[in-house]
Each structure stands twice: as structure tokens, then as C-alpha cells.
Design a protein around this ligand. Structure first.
Ligand code: SF4
Length: 931
């Protein structure tokens, strides 16, 4: 007999944890999750959920849309009676507590041949009620969730509630609506009110097949398994699971793959797939078995040949790499060695992203408070460390998030004001902090009251790639826009305009009109020349001395993971990592996230600030410990030196909205670039590997034929367009070489048509020499499947463009990965800047044009009711006429008949100043501008 019952929340938690053992434990163990104290983080999430629920209920009540009922298990008849007694056509019932219909569920379990599972009471947040004209009641379950998006775990919960109510509410008077919904909080700010637009519906028919199978098929079978049998994997999601202590011990005792830290479920599955095809040696744990396999060249070579994709995925997950040595190629297995021996191991991998040293290190810690949704960063702390005698670091600065931009800007400014050039690097510990910092800078640029100078300083110094965009595009934009103005025939530019141009070009405007004219024209000629034949700026020069893209903000945790294997099962954070890497008995222990959050919630600011400062000290100490270990015996592991600080960024628009749009365009490109750089620096581990077969003559020239030997090909083919959206480089046997992709500079040719012509070819010469000779641009022509059964292969036909000595060799393997192609960025930025300059000159002669209004005041483009009843009636009778003529056999009239959606679009176009009509070819969208 089961000792417990499952609640809908348990089912949702199961979907979040992806762990059969969790469900099994909840159902069969007497000490359940309730017996464990929740951490501050869990408590904060819970509080945020409760706050959102209260706000939503109050809002519904204020709008006369709430029917609260006592929160105790309610009988079906009582519930039906209360709903029917309410005369409103639309309202929400709150406080529902229901006993699941076990008898009805019994039949469903029996249909699948399973034993019953017992569920505890169901408590949906809201039951939405619509009364129809014929007196029927249509209902659906709505659950309030305080997260940013709807998750799979929410679906299982609302599906379960819906299922219960389907059997409880009497039919046919009560009819399920066919959908269910999650109500999310408003996204703009904590002061915004709930809105029906945040009610995210999903059709039940999309949920039912998989969730019904889970609830009545898979769930009872998971629960029936004997103790110890259910699937489990000790991993980073286990933090805060009530069974964590037992699972940590068990993973170590059993030598399970969870003994390796930070191995996700997907990675663990990849490893398990490899273990499934290995001939097992008796009595070995998973870790030992893998270790034995990778030490035996015959065994791993066989696996690599027989199961290339499984092998590649598993070796990637386990950080296993090939090394060329005197005895041939061997496998390096630092993570397995560390899990087996319990000692820290050096991975021997090179890092291009962690500088080996710098003059000044800026360390930033951010404390997130999950109970606050709108402002995820509650507190920040910036500490500056330096061993340089000429620089005296400021004291650590802490504060609430609104002070972060001015604080960082002031520190950056003070470093830039130094007479000597100092290399400077910013560090955060976790990738969550990295994301939060970058998002905060983006938001500050788009919608904050900070000074422009401070924002520009922070974006330029801390947003990866911002200075690259400036050096690549700014000369093009300035010269293009100003020259087009000066070249226009009418009216001729006035002295006042020349003065304005001079100001925008940063020139001295104190001379005579003639002098200013000459200065402007000389500057524009210089810009034009620079845009056409760019020269290497100091920023370019400094980039070329670095290998790969050293990020502006380095994530210390990722660098430790890359270079060291730590003997910690499941996961580690700074406090655990610092315990093994930093030994300083005189310094208090590193504070935990929970301890800091506790002080934040209770308002103990002094303690919190000293904890954040201590945390920054530990981040820096961990970084230095990593450097010491990495350089011990292998000084070449940290490839790059620290970068010189620069605060360049493109911020040339003055109008508030245009400036925001200008930033948004840049952030979009930067986001794409950063994603590309992240994977390239690792050697594109997820890129499909292709083997060259032969060359054939195609309709557009030579075509190169390859087959895919590893990885998945998830790439679109557009035969009409030849954008050369991909790059290939040789896939080497080991990871000692610098990935050529990491040296590729997308921006110089992102907007050029390939093949490059004599003029644009000059841009290719700006690429790193290793790129020019070892990388080709690729246009995907065709993908096909050849052969059958086990001999089935994916074949690719490619066009290649090479600007150096690169050549493909038959039988050799290559990595195929994307590059940035963007033909619009320069045009969009130039247009925004042009509008900005014209606005500054009082020269926007079309204040009523939709384009200008779309930017300045989109609300003015809302509904204008110009469609009269006469027009609608006339159009209806014309359509009727076409139908009649068509029915008489005239096919041409059929082509003039509008479908209902087309008619609707036409009416909207006539009723609004701006309408966006979209649809695939043949759906009227192209002709919609002339309905
Ligand atoms: S600690 Fe992890 S492995 Fe153990 S029951 Fe919880 S989720 Fe599953």
C-alpha cells in the first residue's frame, strides 16, 4: 500500500526535476518534502507567487469578476449550485478545493492495465466561468504563475485540475471550454496591473495525448518500481530537492555519472547512451567503466567508428579530449579522473577567454531577489583589485541597482583617466550574473534616467562587441548620411546646416561659415575614404594581437569549469568552489546565496554589504588560484593577456526615441555575435562534422559534395538565395589548436555579397591570416538522404568561396557552422541617423508620414474610423455580384472574390492608419497596400 498521495504540485515538480526517483520517494516515503526546511531562494519564489496571486484576486474583485468560496473540500452539487446562483455572464471562482474523482480515474488506470495512483486534494487557483445565451455554463481552469513564461510543469498541473473538474462538474449543463490557461504577471513593472493579455491559453487537445499517457500509463509504472530502480541523476537541478542529501551520498557510493559536477540531464543521457553500447566489465561503477574504456585505445576507437554521434556527444559531455603524444593519440579524461580519485585535475584545455593577467580587475557581484519580479537585481557590489603601483583602486562600492550604472561609469572613467595604458578586465562569478549585468545595461540604454555619458561609458566598456560595431559601421553611416545631404540638389545646404553637421561630426564650430563648410567637406571626404578602404584602428590592432574574442566581462565559474575538474558531485557554486581552491584561514568563509538573500529580505543592509564585498574577494581569490594552477607546468593554457579598456560605442542619435531604436539595432547584432563567439571559442562542439567526397559541375559552377559523419544538420536551404551563411574549417583530431572560427571576423563582410568582388575583396584581407588560409565561406545548395538502413547517410552539396589557400581534401573532415549575415544593419542605422539629423535641423518635412509617426508616436496610428456603413454595404454587394457572375461560369470573377480573412484585412486597412498584414505567398499580403 502506498504511504502517500501525489498532489498536482508534486507532478509539476517532477516535470521540473525530470526525476522518477523524486515521485517514487514522495509517494512511498513517510518523510515527505514538507519535512524539509525550504531555502531562502525557494521561500522567495513562493512569496512572489503568493503576492501575484493576491494582486490578481484583488484586481478581479475590483472589476466584479471574482466569486470567492470557502477554502475547504467542496461537493460537486454545492459547487454547481454556487456557480448557477451567480447571475454574471463572466467571472472567476477562487478558493476551490476538490477531492480528485478516484473512481473515474480507476477506470482510466484499468484501461492502461495499471494499478490506481492516489492523489491528494486539487486546488486550482481560478475557475473561469462563461454563461452562454442558452443557459449553459462553459468553464476552464486558470492558474496564476509568477514566472516570466509558461513552462511544461505548469501544463501538467492545469491539465490535472481540468481532468478532475471534467468528472466533477455535471454535464451537459457545465461544458469544458476545450482550453486551459496560465495567468502571468505583467511584464513592464511591479506597479502594472494584471491584464487579460497575460492570460496564456492552450488548447487541451495539444496537452491531452502526452499528459493522459503520462498520468495513467507511465506514472503508475514509475511508482510500482522497487526501491532503487527508478531513474535518477544527481545534477544541478537537485539543489533544494528534499532528497538531496541521500542522493549525493548514493551517487558517490555507486560511482554514478552524477559524481561529475554540473552534468545536465541531456549530458547524462548522452553518457548513458555510450554506456549502453559498451561491453560491460563486471563489478565496475559507471565512472570506472568509462575510465577503463577511454584508457583502452582499441575500445574507444571501435566505439568512435561504430557509434560516431553517440561517441562525440558523450566525450563532449565528459570533457574527454584527444591528445597527440609520442605513443600516438590518447584520451585525456580529467573529469573522470577527478571523480574517481577525489582530487582536483587540470583539464589541459586552453582558454582564450580568461586573460592570464591584467593590471586592474573589476569584480561585480549581483544579488538577485526572486521575490521581486520586475527588478531582478536587488543589490550590487563592485570591487577593484590591482597590483599596479601606479593605480590606487577605489574602495568597494555597494548599493541598490539604480546606483549601479553611475558607480560603474565612475570607476571606468577613473581608469581611463590614467596616464599609463592599463589592461583592465571585468569579472562576475556566474553566467546568471553575466546575463543580469548585460540586461541591466541594455535596459539602462533603452529606458532609464541615467546620464547619457554614464550609459555610453558602461555599454562601451562592458558590452562585448560594442566598440567593434562602432569601428566597423560608424564611418560608413556618418559619411553616407552627411554626403547624401550635402549632395542633394534642392534646397542647397545652408550655413546653419553646415554648422549643425560640424557639431554632429565633433568639429570646431567657432570659425566663419566658409571655414566650417571647408572643415565639414574635408572631414566627410576622410570618412568616405575610411569607409571605402578601412584602415586598422588601434582597437583593431589590439584585437588582432588577441586570439579569439576575449569577452569584456569574464564569467569565472565557466573558466574554472573549462580548466579544472573539481571532485564535487552534482554541482558547485562559489562557496563550494572556494573551499577547495582558496585557503586563507584568516578570512571568514564565503557567504552563501541563501545567507545574503536572508539579510536582503530582513533589511540587514550592513551585513549584506560586507557579505557582498567578501564574496568579491573570493571571486578574485578563486580566479588567482585558477591562474596559479593553470600556469603550473602549462603556462600556455591561458592564451591571451588582459585587454586594454575602451569605452567606445556608437551613440550618435540625439532624439530620445531614435536613440533607443539605434541602440536596439546594435544590441540585436551584438546578441547574435556573442552567441556565435561563445560556441566558436569552444571549437563549435555542436557543429555537424562533414566529410568531403568529390567535386561535380553544377548549374552555378563547381559543387562540392560532402556527407555528414557526426552531429545533426538543422539548417535551412534557400535555393533562390546565395548568402553563403556558413563557414567550414578542418575538424582536427585534438583540441590543442586555436579554433579558426574563433579568429573569424564576421563584421567586415557581414553585409557583402559573396563571391566578393575586386572592391569588397579588400575587406577579406582584414581577416586574421589563419582565417584567410584555413576557412571557407559556404552556401548550402542541397541536402539529401542516400542509401538505406545502416548505410544511410546525409549528403550535402555546397558551393565554396575561399579567399586564400584553403582547399578541401577527399576523405578529410570539416566543421560546418553559421556566420553573421546582415544586409540591413547599415541601412537601418543610417536611416535612423538621417532622421535624427533632419529632426535636429528642423528638416523633417513629413511630420504626418506614418514612418515618422511609427517612431515618434505609434499611438497616433491607432483606429480611425473612416469606413462608413455605405462602404461596407457597397463592398458586400460587389462581392455578392462577383459570386453570382462566377456561379454563372465566369472564372475571372472567381479571382476577384475575397475570402473572409481578406475582406477582414481590407476593412482593417480602411479603419486604421497603419495595418500590418502578413501571410505566406498567395494570401493577399503583397497586394494589401492597394486593397
Ligand atoms: S535529489 Fe535529485 S536525484 Fe535525488 S530525488 Fe531529488 S531530484 Fe531526484
Amino acid at each position: 500500500m502506498p504511504k502517500g498521495r501525489l498532489s498536482a504540485t508534486n507532478l509539476a515538480t517532477y516535470y521540473h526535476l525530470n526525476c522518477d526517483l523524486y515521485l517514487h520517494n514522495v509517494y512511498h516515503q513517510s518523510s515527505g518534502p514538507e519535512s524539509v526546511l525550504a531555502s531562502q531562494v525557494v521561500q522567495a519564489h513562493f512569496n512572489r507567487g503568493m503576492d501575484w496571486e493576491k494582486l490578481l484576486f484583488r484586481w478581479l474583485d475590483n472589476h466584479c469578476l471574482l466569486l470567492p468560496i470557502p477554502s475547504a473540500p467542496i461537493q460537486a452539487e454545492d459547487l454547481a449550485e454556487r456557480i448557477l446562483a451567480d447571475s454574471r455572464d463572466h467571472f472567476f471562482v477562487s478558493g476551490l478545493t476538490l477531492r480528485p474523482p478516484q473512481q473515474a480515474f480507476h477506470e482510466l488506470f484499468r484501461e492502461k492495465g495499471n494499478e490506481d495512483v492516489t492523489f491528494s486534494v486539487a486546488k486550482p487557483d481560478l475557475l473561469e466561468i462563461f454563461r452562454t445565451a442558452d443557459g449553459m455554463v462553459v468553464w476552464r481552469v486558470v492558474d496564476a504563475k509568477s514566472s516570466e513564461n509558461v513552462k511544461a510543469s505548469h501544463y501538467v498541473q492545469i491539465y490535472f485540475y481540468t481532468l478532475c473538474l471534467t468528472y466533477i462538474l455535471p454535464q451537459p449543463r457545465f461544458r469544458p471550454s476545450g482550453s486551459t490557461a496560465v495567468w502571468l504577471p505583467p511584464s513592464e513593472s511591479s506597479h502594472s496591473q494584471p491584464s487579460f493579455t497575460d492570460l496564456k491559453s492552450i488548447n487541451l487537445s495539444l496537452l491531452a495525448p502526452s499528459l493522459h499517457t503520462f498520468l495513467f500509463g507511465r506514472l503508475p509504472r514509475i511508482l510500482e518500481q522497487p526501491n532503487g530502480e527508478p531513474n535518477w541523476h544527481y545534477n544541478p537541478l537537485c539543489r533544494n530537492c528534499p532528497y538531496e542529501d541521500a542522493c549525493r551520498s548514493r551517487t558517490l557510493v555507486q560511482g554514478a555519472v552524477g559524481s561529475i559536477p554540473n552534468l545536465s540531464h541531456a549530458d547524462a543521457n548522452s553518457v548513458q547512451n555510450l554506456l549502453n553500447v559498451v561491453q560491460p566489465d563486471s563489478g565496475l561503477s559507471d565512472i570506472e567503466q568509462l575510465h577503463v574504456v577511454f584508457q583502452n585505445q582499441t575500445r574507444w576507437k571501435h566505439l568512435e567508428k561504430a557509434y560516431p554521434t553517440t561517441f562525440r556527444k558523450a566525450t563532449k559531455a565528459l570533457g574527454v579530449a584527444k591528445r597527440k603524444g609520442k605513443t600516438g593519440v590518447t584520451m585525456s579524461t580529467p573529469l573522470l579522473d577527478s571523480a574517481k580519485s577525489g582530487e582536483i585535475q587540470l583539464t589541459q584545455r586552453r582558454s582564450f577567454t580568461c586573460p592570464r593577467s591584467e593590471d586592474i580587475a573589476i569584480v561585480v557581484s549581483l544579488l538577485k531577489d526572486p521575490s521581486i519580479r520586475a527588478v531582478p537585481i536587488a543589490y550590487f557590489c563592485v570591487s577593484v583589485f590591482s597590483n599596479t603601483a601606479s593605480y590606487k583602486p577605489p574602495k568597494p562600492a555597494t548599493g541598490k541597482v539604480d546606483q549601479m550604472v553611475p558607480t560603474l561609469a565612475s570607476i571606468i572613467r577613473s581608469i581611463l583617466s590614467q596616464t599609463s595604458i592599463l589592461s583592465t578586465q571585468c569579472y562576475v562569478f556566474s553566467s546568471a550574473e553575466h546575463t543580469a549585468l548585460q540586461s541591466h545595461l541594455v535596459e539602462a540604454a533603452l529606458a532609464s534616467d541615467h546620464s547619457d555619458a554614464d550609459i555610453r561609458m558602461c555599454i562601451g566598456a562592458l558590452a562585448s562587441g560594442a566598440s567593434l560595431l562602432q569601428t566597423t559601421y560608424q564611418p560608413l553611416i556618418l559619411s553616407g548620411v552627411f554626403l547624401s545631404f550635402l549632395d542633394r540638389p534642392h534646397p542647397v545646404a545652408t550655413d546653419a546646416e553646415f554648422r549643425l553637421y560640424a557639431e554632429r561630426l565633433g568639429l570646431n564650430v567657432s570659425g566663419s561659415p566658409e571655414e566650417i563648410r571647408c572643415m565639414v567637406q574635408a572631414k566627410l571626404e576622410a570618412l568616405k575614404a575610411e569607409a571605402n578602404t578601412p584602415s586598422l584602428t588601434p582597437e583593431d590592432e589590439s584585437r588582432r594581437t588577441l586570439l579569439g574574442q576575449v569577452p569584456r566581462v569574464v564569467t569565472v565559474k565557466s573558466e574554472v569549469e573549462k580548466l579544472l575538474a573539481l571532485p564535487m558531485p552534482g554541482y558547485w557554486e562559489l562557496e563550494e568552489c572556494a573551499k577547495v581552491l582558496v585557503s586563507e584561514p584568516s578570512v571568514p568563509e564565503c557567504p552563501t546565496g541563501d545567507e545574503m538573500l536572508s539579510n536582503c529580505i530582513t533589511g540587514s543592509v550592513e551585513q549584506l554589504e560586507s557579505q557582498l564585498k567578501l564574496r568579491n574577494w573570493y571571486v578574485y581569490a578563486t580566479l588567482n588560484s585558477l591562474r596559479t594552477r593553470a600556469s603550473h607546468g602549462r603556462p600556455d593554457l591561458l592564451v591571451n593577456p588582459g585587454r586594454r579598456l575602451s569605452a567606445n560605442c556608437m551613440d550618435i542619435c540625439k532624439d530620445e526615441q531614435l536613440r533607443k531604436l539605434f541602440f536596439m539595432q546594435q544590441f540585436e547584432v551584438l546578441t547574435k555575435l556573442v552567441e556565435l563567439w561563445k560556441t566558436r571559442i569552444e571549437g563549435c562542439p555542436d557543429a555537424p562534422v562533414i566529410e568531403f567526397q568529390n567535386i561535380a559541375q553544377g548549374s552555378r559552377g563547381l559543387e562540392y559534395c560532402f556527407i555528414v559523419t557526426a552531429g545533426a544538420l538543422d539548417m535551412a536551404i534557400e535555393k533562390e538565395k546565395s548568402f553563403y551563411e556558413y563557414i567550414i574549417v578542418a575538424d582536427h583530431e585534438d583540441d590543442e589548436d586555436i579554433p579558426v572560427e574563433a579568429l573569424f571576423d564576421d563584421l567586415t563582410i557581414a553585409g557583402s555579397v559573396i563571391p566578393l568582388n575586386n572592391f569588397t575583396r579588400k575587406r577579406w584581407d582584414f581577416q586574421h591570416p589563419a582565417v584567410r588560409d584555413n576557412l571557407a565561406l559556404v552556401d548550402l545548395q542541397d541536402v539529401s538522404i542516400r542509401g538505406r538502413g545502416r548505410s544511410k547517410v546525409t549528403a550535402l552539396t555546397l558551393n565554396l568561396w575561399t579567399g586564400g589557400t584553403f582547399q578541401v581534401e577527399v576523405g578529410k573532415k570539416y566543421r560546418l557552422s553559421p556566420r553573421l549575415v546582415d544586409f540591413n544593419i547599415t541601412k537601418v542605422l543610417a536611416t535612423l541617423f538621417e532622421l535624427d539629423v533632419r529632426a535636429g535641423a528642423g528638416d523633417v518635412e513629413q511630420p504626418d508620414s506614418p514612418f515618422w509617426q511609427l517612431i515618434k508616436n505609434p499611438r497616433r496610428l491607432r483606429h480611425v474610423n473612416t469606413v462608413t456603413d455605405d462602404v461596407i454595404q457597397a463592398s458586400t454587394s460587389i462581392q455578392r455580384l462577383f459570386r453570382e457572375i462566377h456561379d454563372l461560369g465566369n472564372e475571372s470573377a472567381g479571382a476577384l472574390m475575397l475570402q473572409a480573412s481578406q475582406l477582414q484585412a481590407a476593412k482593417r486597412i480602411l479603419s486604421n492608419q497603419l495595418s500590418v498584414v502578413w501571410g505566406p505567398p498567395g494570401t493577399f499580403s503583397r497586394d494589401a497596400h492597394q486593397p
